[in-house]
Design a protein. Structure first.
Length: 122
């Protein structure tokens, strides 16, 4: 009897969810404006690149307004990230590299961020 393989798309979605929940809980406020309402997981460099999609230096809590504005004006977020003492140039170099993750890698990252999120819970 064949066992059903975990669907890669569902693993990516699950990792996106747990990673996003962790980032929002970690930050607790928008990195740009400081509001605490309606946080989203915003990315300095597009999450389309797996190399930095789940990189904690690339992902930050953002309110919907700042996350939307980032599409047209990336400087406020870049400045805010730089103020966190993140080397934005090194992050950009990581972003441009090709990264491939196996289903096992994705499952490991899911467990890793579940643990990190649990550690932040009161």
């Amino acid at each position: 009897m064949r066992t059903k393989k975990t669907n890669r798309k569902s693993l990516v979605a699950k990792l996106d969810k747990i990673f996003g929940d962790y980032i929002k809980k970690r930050d607790g406020k928008c990195i740009v404006c400081g509001t605490r309402r309606g946080l989203q997981c915003g990315h300095l460099f597009t999450r389309a690149a797996y190399s930095t999609r789940w990189d904690e230096e690339n992902a930050w809590g953002q309110c919907p307004g700042c996350n939307y504005r980032h599409e047209f004006d990336w400087m406020p977020m870049q400045d805010a990230v730089a103020r966190k003492m993140i080397d934005v140039d090194a992050l950009y170099i990581r972003h441009k590299k090709v990264a491939k993750f196996s289903n096992g890698d994705l499952e490991s990252m899911i467990e890793h961020y579940k643990e990190k999120l649990a550690a932040l819970q009161p």
